[in-house]
Design a protein around this ligand. Structure first.
Ligand code: SF4
Length: 314
């Protein structure tokens, strides 16, 4: 195999976004400030490698606050955001909390709240049961916001004719699929109010555009990321929709399907916003041990966004 040549197109930007960097920093700084253990409600970001490395420094992950055994310890809310009743619950339990919700998710929360106050009924475009969707819906009273997942949902969706309607979206959706859903919504509700600025975040948009840009040149595409990472799964779809015959989500180099690579001349690699670069490096190194590898990085835009951690942790 070692004399088989494979060209790797490394898609850029890829991997960690500013919201993920901030959330991980918040956890690390909290452990430093408060000592271990520190609790985190839900996986801080959807990546097993990140979660395992934080467990190693004394972080305990829980799904709900009632699972916290030592309520004198602080808890951090994940980057995906939480429904309003979660901080309320923390106050009731007298648990100190630190909110690591990505500022771009918080922006959607405030948008939904303001629209609700202005008398709009809100439609959220997103994926059922994703923590970000649960968090956004949980900003408003029951019945004030409905979830739409696809064009079929738009078709069957009914609302009183005199009710004002607006939409917001999950931040990590497919840019293309969301366009079609919005088009269907606008056709059915021509007066629907749009977000002032698009809710799909810069990191999602850039990673998808970068993959789209090289997908046609690749015989196979690998996206490093975890199964429960929405934006990683979307990158797999984008690669295939943009002309790559086969794309796979892979969470580490131990799962490389070498047999499938036998017929590949060029492969594409990217990683979801919650996947650390070490996963890409390990993946490439494993390929180097089996094939003659030529690497070309194809960057479509430079990212320089940084979100500050809360001042009380500095
Ligand atoms: S993917 Fe976007 S919304 Fe989600 S944490 Fe990253 S920057 Fe924030």
């Amino acid at each position: 195999m070692k004399n088989k040549e494979i060209k790797i197109l490394l898609s850029a930007p890829r991997g960690f976004c500013a919201g993920v960097e901030r959330a991980i920093e918040i956890v690390k700084k909290s452990v430093k400030k408060y000592g271990a253990p520190v609790y985190v409600r839900h996986e801080i970001v959807h990546n097993k490698h990140v979660v395992d490395s934080l467990k190693a420094i004394g972080v305990i992950f829980v799904e709900e606050l009632n699972e916290i055994q030592d309520k004198s310890r602080p808890v951090i809310f994940s980057a995906h955001g939480v429904p309003k009743n979660v901080p309320e619950q923390a106050n009731n339990y007298k648990i100190e909390y630190i909110d690591a919700t990505c500022p771009l998710v918080s922006k959607v929360h405030r948008e939904a709240e303001n629209l609700n106050k202005a008398g709009y009924h809100i439609v959220l475009i997103g994926h059922h049961n994703h923590p970000e969707v649960i968090g956004t819906m949980g900003q408003l009273p029951n019945g004030a916001i409905d979830l739409i997942q696809d064009e079929h949902d738009v078709e069957t969706y009914e609302l009183d004719q005199d009710q004002k309607i607006a939409y917001v979206t999950q931040t990590t959706l497919s840019v293309n699929d969301t366009k079609s859903i919005i088009k269907a919504l606008k056709k059915k509700f021509p007066e629907i109010k749009e977000p002032f600025k698009e809710d799909i975040c810069y990191a999602t948009t850039n990673r998808q555009s970068a993959v789209k840009n090289i997908a046609k040149q690749c015989d196979m595409f690998f996206i490093l990321g975890s199964r429960n990472s929405s934006n990683s799964v979307r990158l797999v779809e984008v690669a295939e929709q943009s002309g790559c015959p086969h794309a796979e989500l892979i969470h580490s180099e131990s799962k490389i399907p070498f047999e499938k690579l036998q017929n590949c001349k060029t492969i594409g690699i990217s990683s979801g916003a919650s996947a650390p670069e070490i996963l890409v490096e390990n993946f490439v190194n494993k390929l180097k041990s089996k094939f003659k590898i030529k690497i070309e990085e194809v960057e479509i835009i430079k990212e320089n966004i940084v979100f500050k951690v809360p001042a009380r942790l500095n």
